[in-house]
Design a binder for this molecule. Sequence first.
Ligand code: T46
Length: 135
Amino acid sequence: MNIYKHEDLGGKVSLDSGVDVPFDIKRVFYIYGTKPGIPRGQHSHHKIKQYLVAIKGSCKVTLDNGKEKTVHVLDNPYTGLFQDALIWGEMCDFSDDCVLLVLASDHYDESDYIRDYDDFLNIVLWNTWTEIIWF
Ligand code: T46
């Protein structure tokens, strides 16, 4: 499941680490003031999981597992989108006022990033083959 609908507690939403968000939160960052037509993300992570909420405005997020892509519009503060490790993510179509909150399962570590799409596909393919061999 990627999309989580949280209860709006009369103008506020509460997210508990490991309960409402499916991992322990170690880092929080947010994206705002994005430039029109310039996408963000365009990478995957080896291990880090992320949880995205458009707490203001809206944006579009494409998640790609190497086999299929799903497109999600985030346009309210009570919907969260889970991006697992080894899922390629791209964020685009930010409204001028968009603030995209990102909760992450670990501290910032550039070595956890897969920024080349072909490398990403090779890793996914390799993992699929090793799973087939082991099971
Ligand atoms: C993602 C999208 C939604 C840090 O120093 N600490 C951090 O926690 C982050 C996220 C970035 N940085 C530095 C690393 C780069 O020098 O900020 C610079 C821009 O990072 P990046 O090119 O990864 O920015 P985005 O907006 O394309 O992607 C970020 C996250 O990296 C990514 O995981 O999903 O936001």
